[in-house]
Ligand binder design. Structure first.
Ligand code: SF4
Length: 219
């Protein structure tokens, strides 16, 4: 499975995020999330492929602002949500610039993939993440599995582009997501995956009101 990306025994196996990006460009993995990468170090929205009338940016730091708001001007609290705005072309100018820009749009995406390729990425099962919660989020520990599955289908399945690598329990997979959203088996050869190694803060926050409903009713 990992070897389908870049065989670990190969002498040019990437050792850094930048080398990984270089290998992705070389091997034709030019799509990541909603972004299309160009071998000329350009980035644009996938749906803008072939569009000529795009707003040109040349500073990789522009990606920070591009990723901040959706097309309606609403703040994007989840960077991997499928609501990246269109209409721009970022000419990053170099591999380093492209890596920087990509880091603003999909934070840690390359680092997580590199860690997975090296076999060092350890996904955290959901109960372990919930057990770590304190204060107002401690109550999420009351979330039932059926509620978690529904929540994950909605928030991670429909509202996010990441591949969910964590499970409900070590032996209990997230069955409310299709296999293509929880494993990298048969991952498209022209794409760079966005990985999720543990439930994010937004998922935990969404779990809170649901778990709160599990409190025993007072007479
Ligand atoms: S838990 Fe992971 S997959 Fe789910 S919404 Fe958060 S970042 Fe996306």
């Amino acid at each position: 499975m990992r070897g389908d990306f870049f065989p670990a025994e190969s002498p040019d196996f990437p050792r850094t995020s930048r080398e990984l990006l270089h290998r992705c460009l070389e091997s034709g993995r030019l799509r990541i999330g909603e972004i299309l990468l160009g071998r000329d170090f350009t980035l644009r929205h996938l749906s803008d492929e072939g569009c000529d009338e795009l707003e040109i940016h040349r500073d990789p730091h522009s990606a920070r602002l591009i990723a901040r708001f959706d097309a309606k001007g609403e703040f994007r609290s989840l960077k991997s949500a499928p609501d990246l705005k269109r209409g721009w072309l970022l000419e990053a100018g170099s591999l380093e610039g492209m890596e920087l820009a990509l880091g603003f749009i999909y934070p840690a995406a390359l680092g997580l993939l590199l860690s997975w390729l090296c076999g060092t990425l350890r996904p955290t099962p959901l109960p372990e993440t919930l057990d770590r919660q304190s204060g107002m989020y401690r109550i999420t520990q009351l979330l039932r599995d059926d509620q978690a599955l529904d929540l994950i289908a909605c928030r991670c399945g429909e509202g996010c582009l990441r591949t969910v690598l964590w499970d409900l329990e070590p032996e209990s997979t997230v069955t409310s997501l299709p296999a293509a959203r929880r494993t990298l088996d048969d991952f498209p050869a022209d794409r760079i995956p966005l990985l999720c190694r543990e439930a994010c803060n937004l998922l935990i926050a969404a779990a809170r009101p649901i778990a709160k409903g599990n409190l025993p009713k007072e007479d």
